[in-house]
Unconditional design. Structure first.
Length: 256
């Protein structure tokens, strides 16, 4: 089994993305088949689609243009309007722009009546995928992707509680606890990319838990000292302030 060391490229638009650097490490003892190592540069984007709000079809044209420009390999999506088949719609827009469609995996949020969900889009084959609840009706979606080198990597995507108060902080912290519990039940033979709208800043308990679990913030690694703020790009009349003030969308990487 081949192993992959990640050098992830990503960017910040109405979403978040940034290069993530995961060093090559020795394979764990329970991964005896992981013998060879590869270093790869992977472009990753995370994006909250904001479901069907704010002239969504018009916005998706702009999103498709940006994804073409970024040339992303892996995309994590949040607030996908399941009833509108927005993942498929976005793939169709990319096809019209001369791009091959991504492999798409979508999982609804149980807590939103199944109308919204999260998704993973991959340029490369998705071999397996599974979803797991992380509390309050929210889920995390996991996919194993086969890189062109032949090596595998894991991709996870999630969307944490959005309340901006102490109760929201506690919920997000517990959601990360449950996400890490799910990961602990999986093997760690592959490097892992975690994307998501975390709805929290990098000094939050949720962010500190991820760092303690060996997750490295790609934006901080690639852009030391830069704020990297993310936020909504609005189209409705009168929406002239497009200056996001917080960074709440993240791309993390964890070595095998």
């Amino acid at each position: 089994m081949q192993r992959l060391a990640l050098i992830l490229g990503a960017l910040v638009v109405a979403c978040s993305s940034a290069p993530v650097f995961a060093p090559i490490v020795e394979a764990p003892e329970h991964c005896p088949g992981t013998t060879s190592e590869h270093e790869a540069s992977i472009k990753v984007v995370t994006l909250n689609l904001r479901h069907h709000s704010d002239e969504w079809q018009r916005r998706f044209e702009l999103i498709a243009d940006e994804l073409v420009r970024l040339d992303a390999d892996v995309v994590g999506l949040q607030e996908v309007a399941v009833s509108e088949n927005q993942g498929t719609y976005l793939n169709e827009l990319l096809k019209k722009r001369g791009r091959a469609p991504y492999e798409l995996r979508v999982e609804p949020y149980a807590g939103f009546g199944g109308t919204q969900g999260i998704a993973i889009m991959s340029r490369w084959p998705v071999e397996t995928h599974v979803a797991a609840p992380i509390g309050d009706g929210r889920v995390a979606l996991f996919a194993r992707v086969r890189h062109p080198s032949g090596a595998a990597l894991e991709v996870a995507n999630t969307h944490l509680d959005a309340h901006r108060d102490d109760e929201g902080d506690m919920k997000r912290d517990q959601e990360i606890v449950q996400l890490l519990d799910v990961l602990a039940k999986h093997d760690d033979c592959y490097p892992l990319i975690l994307t998501g709208d975390m709805n929290s800043v990098d000094t939050s308990h949720a962010a500190m838990r991820l760092r303690a679990a060996r997750f490295e913030d790609s934006w901080t690694k690639a852009n030391p000292g830069a704020d990297g703020n993310t936020g909504m790009i609005k189209l409705q009349n009168g929406a002239f302030d497009q200056s996001p003030r917080r960074r709440i969308d993240y791309i993390y990487a964890r070595p095998a």
